[in-house]
Write a protein that binds this ligand. Sequence first.
Ligand SMILES: Cc1ncc(COP(=O)(O)O)c(C=O)c1O
Length: 366
Amino acid sequence: MSDLIPVGYISGLNVRKRISRQQPKGLPIVNMGYNELPYPPSARVQAAIAETAKQANRYGNALCTDLREALAAQHGLNADNLICGNGSEELLDVVARCFVRPGDEIVISQYGYIQFSMIANRLGARLVQAPEVDFTAKVDHILEAVGAKTKLVFLANPNNPTGTMLPKEELTRLVQNLPGDVVLLLDLAYGEFVGADYCAGVHVLVEEHDNVVATRTFSKVYGLAGLRAGWCHAPGAMMGGLYAARGMGSVNAFAQAAGLAALKDQDIVDRSVQQIVTERKRLVGELKGLGLTLANSHTNFVMCAIPGDDGSKANALTEYLFDEAGIIVGPVREPGLERFVRFSLSLPEHNDLLLANVMAFLRSVH
Ligand SMILES: Cc1ncc(COP(=O)(O)O)c(C=O)c1O
């Protein structure tokens, strides 16, 4: 029997390697590896899910009408310009499938979100990576990377795994200088951690330009990662094509009901942002105090490295945190970032546990 390897598969350009063995000390697992929110869904969200369960024999609304209308009302947008998806990940894929064909080019920044590379790979497109400075995208470098074959630019603000972002003025400059036939997808998966004004500015860019789209998600600050709901704000001319490229029932009824309920809990969302940002400032200060190198995070996660490491200490730290404390963090696999580990901010006690074990690890290797 021959081994059939999928066409275009690039080994290493794969989902991140995760620790899958049993925790050796039998400790509870503290997962800080997936950029999730540590808080469980609100009572209102849980009630909406329970209520939906009673009608699970019915399809969810394929157009996500109520959810789109609630999103439009909350953000001052036109519901006709919104499409929901099975997480925002699906919508990144849908937009790319609408505009990119084999042999076309997709431009991303050097350390852009790993799914951008995977989408280019899936579509047989050539990925062009614009160099970053201080782990941050550079508009001039992105513009230099755009050529005759470029169909799409993906840019996450803030980005994963770096957590860095560009200010609104730089996004505007990018839009103004990008050829009108190149689509710019601005991924705002972590936008709420920057603030409503920043996100609103991105939506204005979408409204004012025919080639700009924005994606957002219920997975991060809304804490609904397991349900899979995201949304995309796009120019009217694109909407038919986007719906045609998306599955009919990709946003299930539970995800729609939970998203709708979560939008009513804005006070909880605001509190979550505040708690995470407070913990981020604390941890960043502590880790810098330990001499670690940190990218400038604007998100619910932090990417840090031990100075002088070639990647072996990052791997050893990842193993150590799991074996000693049951903590899962994400070793960063993107080429050039192998010396970094990325962890999501969690409850204060989990952040303390992480900090104590990072300290113990540093003592053990020095
Ligand atoms: C930058 C970025 N964009 C998009 C996503 C996709 O999130 P989801 O599909 O859960 O909406 C993620 C998830 O980690 C992300 O980090």
